[in-house]
Write a protein that binds this ligand. Structure first.
Ligand SMILES: *[C@@H]1O[C@H](CO)[C@@H](O)[C@H](O)[C@H]1NC(C)=O
Ligand SMILES: *[C@@H]1O[C@H](CO)[C@@H](O)[C@H](O)[C@H]1NC(C)=O
Ligand SMILES: *[C@@H]1O[C@H](CO)[C@@H](O)[C@H](O)[C@H]1NC(C)=O
Ligand SMILES: *[C@@H]1O[C@H](CO)[C@@H](O)[C@H](O)[C@H]1NC(C)=O
Length: 489
């Protein structure tokens, strides 16, 4: 299928465009996002006749804005509550977010106090290079949560020695709502809320085989949503990690607009980046023949929740029914879990690599033509997709709202499918027909968009600004809550 070439005119479909048309005294500012809605409601002209944005009521992801990379004018003392500090490799989304974000903030000079549980057997990591990072460890409760009474005592003590905290951050319910209630300079980041999960419950029920017993999660989930709607207001500020979650928090959870902020996840752009040679070496190492026209990649925990039964069935059917596909395509599978060996059983078209260290994973992304994530968990913002995107690869994923609303926002950057075998098969056939060159173009556009939105640097800059804005000190009105786009020359 002939597709027009990527050009600066196509690029506008992906990125927002800031255009300043300056005449003698006035500056006109046009903002256009992919969804092409104008965010005029959040903008107004300040005294200097320059258009400014009130950040707290800004509805889009803050990642769309650009914050200066110069050292912060004011260093903050930040408290972080997180159930578990990521030790190595295996960390889930929430823990990876906590690690990437707070190491970046500490490297920028902010004083970070991490309140977390002591790991059972392993020793706690040390960060000798970062002087302003402090850990306060406590024994986890039997259920593995933060012992609220102990961490609160530690927190109050630290708050009363030297300098009080400028801001408090909790990853999900690390700090429970019973304690967060009276803290106005606090933000909670949600990595999956019950309302989003209802979609997952519906998918799981549809995919359930008749011999499995019915899942009672569905009715319980609605009760869970109601509970959340009741206790969420006990947190002063909310960070949604996807545009969709932001909408739910405002609309379903009824949290006032100016207390809901969207900051999309970011990943380390120094590790995940295009490197042609690295990709080629990886292909040679794992033994991919040059005759293979298309390399698909899958990574992560190979479990049911992540959609592997679906992917397995779709590949099995295609490999059986189409010999050309069989000759053309190879699937690289990184990660471990029960579906690893089942993929292996599908024959030589699948190469199951086991779990990969971060550096190997970076090579893996460079070796593939497209990354496929068949996830059935409709929560949070998936990190693997962002890693593939920053590596310059197009992505293909299940149509869940966090992904279609914030990541795969159009056909220009990837493919989406419904969580059924037939839809996934159709999508796989389409990718194959579109071919390598087309995928490369999508990958490049994808990376351009990713570089403005999904880098760790951007995520840290957004949080830094939010923290400056909600800190106690901001009562002095330093203007951190106001965003003034500066003309670029
Ligand atoms: C920790 O170590 C103890 C004794 O060495 C062992 O019995 C236990 O299973 C270990 N726990 C974990 C979580 O590895
Ligand atoms: C932390 O200390 C400051 C200054 O003494 C105080 O105003 C604030 O209420 C304290 N925060 C908490 C949660 O105790
Ligand atoms: C929060 O403030 C209310 C009213 O000032 C007070 O009754 C309550 O004990 C406080 N809760 C906490 C956890 O400090
Ligand atoms: C495989 O699928 C392609 C695309 O749908 C089709 O053109 C081709 O005829 C099929 N080949 C076989 C052997 O079924």
């Amino acid at each position: 299928m002939a597709k027009d070439q990527p050009s600066s005119s196509r690029f506008r479909y992906l990125c927002y465009i800031l255009v300043y048309l300056s005449t003698f005294s006035s500056i006109t500012f046009i903002y256009w996002s992919y969804s092409s809605d104008f965010h005029v409601e959040n903008m107004f002209r300040d005294e200097q006749q320059q258009l400014s944005i009130d950040l707290l009521s800004y509805r889009s992801a803050w990642n769309h804005l650009s914050f200066p990379s110069t050292p912060p004018q004011k260093l903050l003392k930040i408290a972080l509550f997180v159930k578990k500090w990521a030790i190595k490799g295996r960390a889930g989304g929430l823990e990876r977010h906590a690690l990437t974000l707070h190491l970046a903030l500490a490297k920028r000079g902010h004083e970070l106090h991490v309140f977390t549980t002591s790991p059972p057997n392993t020793s706690f990591p040390e960060y000798p290079m970062i002087k302003s990072l402090f850990f306060h460890l406590t024994k986890p409760t039997a259920a593995g949560y933060l012992d609220q009474a102990s961490v609160w005592n530690q927190f109050v003590k630290e708050n009363s020695t030297g300098k009080p905290f400028d801001v408090v951050h909790t990853e999900s319910v690390g700090l429970r709502y019973t304690r967060s209630r009276n803290i106005s300079n606090l933000a909670v980041s949600w990595h999956g809320i019950a309302y989003e999960t209802i979609h997952t419950d519906i998918i799981q029920e549809l995919l359930r085989s008749p011999e499995d017993s019915q899942n009672h999660a569905m009715t319980e989930r609605v009760t869970k949503v109601v509970e959340e709607v009741k206790f969420f207001p006990s947190y002063a500020h909310h960070v949604a990690t996807s545009d969709h979650a932001g909408d739910i928090l405002r609309r379903i959870y009824m949290i006032p607009e100016e207390r809901v902020h969207v900051i999309l996840n970011g990943i380390d752009e120094e590790i995940f980046k295009p490197d042609f040679d690295m990709g080629n070496d990886f292909k040679k190492k794992v033994g991919i023949l040059d005759s293979k026209k298309l390399v698909l990649g899958i990574a992560g925990r190979l479990v049911k929740d992540k959609g592997h039964p679906l992917m397995h069935e779709a590949l099995k059917q295609i490999l059986l029914e189409n010999s050309t596909f069989r000759d053309d395509v190879i699937v690289l599978v990184a990660g471990d879990g029960p579906w690893g060996s089942r993929y292996e059983d599908l024959g030589t078209n699948l190469l199951v690599l086991g779990p990969l260290e971060q550096a190997q994973l970076a090579s893996f992304y460079n070796a593939i033509d497209i990354f496929v994530n068949p996830t059935l968990r409709a929560q949070g913002l998936d990190h693997t997709l962002l890693e593939a995107i920053l590596s310059g690869k197009p992505v293909m994923a299940t149509k869940v709202a966090s992904i279609t609303g914030s990541v795969i926002v159009g056909e220009e950057v990837g493919y989406t499918f419904s969580p059924t075998v037939s839809s996934l098969k159709e999508s796989l056939y389409k990718v194959w027909k579109d071919g390598k060159q087309n995928l490369q173009q999508k990958g490049e556009l994808s990376r351009q968009r990713g570089l403005t939105l999904f880098t760790a640097t951007k995520m840290a800059a957004c949080y830094e600004r939010l923290f400056q804005c909600i800190s106690y000190d901001e009562k002095q009105n330093h203007g951190y809550c106001l965003y003034k786009p500066r003309p670029v020359h």
